[in-house]
Design a protein around this ligand. Structure first.
Ligand code: C5P
Length: 297
């Protein structure tokens, strides 16, 4: 028997980063949108937990128990009191260290796949509690859709939305380290007081209305200046996307992937072709959001 799960990438259409907490994490409020770019996780009966991977760049990732997917399987087995026997295989399409929560998607997908393989019958909320122990973005990858994330980002509340938004994603040659980008954000802020993070009403209205022009005006990422200061070429890329007609562009999460909002699929194709021609990014892909959370296919 084998179980196959698709787990989505995310972008943060809003990321409001607050002060550093005592545990070293930043208190934040974010609005996540899951998008139609997926990793595929397959779980088969195995002897212990093993992992193989394919897809661009996957050879650079560890396959031992430092891998988030391996940790997810082990954690679920402990919690559900079953033997941790599974052979995992992951087909990666989400860029590595790209700010789209690919590692979190793999962990979320592994939780769903092992829950089905081992017939442990956990609820989504139980899986999300386990996911939160693995990483801040794992619970959202389980729920998908549009959602507000609070705390470290792991406390998820679904958000109503209408229709689909169209995006163009520009992937960079090299990833950025999330902790490094948060540190740079702190460094740029210096000693200035950091306001409490908040969610923008206008942004929630834009999602409810399904209106890309409204959404374009209110996309915001507090980590963007930090990502740009570590990777100055992102500024040129963002400007180029808008010059080529995108409604808006922003750095996804901690970057370096940039997400460009467009009106529809035809518009996406125009912007994607133009961005590809700049040679300023590794790959350009089109996608839509919101997409469902990790689920068996
Ligand atoms: O939770 P996760 O392991 O994905 O976080 C990776 C790193 O990102 C953390 O070690 C921390 O440096 C940074 N982070 C943060 N505040 C958050 C989420 C992540 O500082 N809310």
């Amino acid at each position: 028997m084998s179980v196959t799960v698709r787990a989505p990438a995310k972008i943060n259409v809003q990321l409001s980063v607050g002060p550093v907490r005592d545990d070293g994490y930043h208190e934040l409020v974010t609005v996540f949108q899951a998008v139609s770019l997926h990793d595929v996780i397959t779980a088969r009966a195995g002897d212990g937990v093993s992992l193989t991977m394919e897809g661009e760049g996957s050879e650079s990732l560890p396959i031992d128990d430092t891998n988030l997917a391996v940790r997810a399987a082990t954690l679920l087995a402990q919690y559900a009191e079953v033997e941790p026997n599974v052979a995992l295989h992951i087909e990666k399409s989400i860029p590595i260290a790209g700010g789209m929560a690919g590692g979190s998607a793999d962990a979320a997908g592994t939780l769903v796949a092992c829950d089905a393989l081992w017939q442990t019958g956990l609820t989504r909320d139980e899986l999300a509690d386990l996911g939160a122990q693995l990483g801040s973005d794992v619970p959202f990858a389980l729920f998908g859709g549009n959602a507000i994330g609070r705390g470290r980002g792991e406390q998820i509340m679904p958000v109503l939305g209408r229709g689909q938004f169209h995006w163009v994603f520009a992937f960079a040659d090299e990833g950025l380290s999330t902790p490094a980008v948060y540190r740079q954000c702190d460094a740029l802020r210096g000693d200035a007081p950091v306001p409490e993070p908040y969610v923008s009403d206008l942004l929630l209205q834009a999602l409810r209305a399904g209106d890309p022009e409204l959404l374009a005006d209110v996309l915001h990422n507090d980590l963007q200046p930090a990502a740009i200061s570590l990777r100055p070429s992102l500024r040129t890329l963002l400007e180029a996307g808008v010059e080529y007609g995108a409604l808006a562009g922003l750095v996804s999460g901690s970057g370096p992937t940039c997400a460009f909002l467009v009106r529809d699929d035809e518009h996406a194709l125009d912007v994607a072709v133009a961005l590809t021609a700049t040679g300023n990014c590794r790959t350009v892909k089109r996608g839509t959001g919101p997409a469902p959370g990790a689920r068996v296919v």
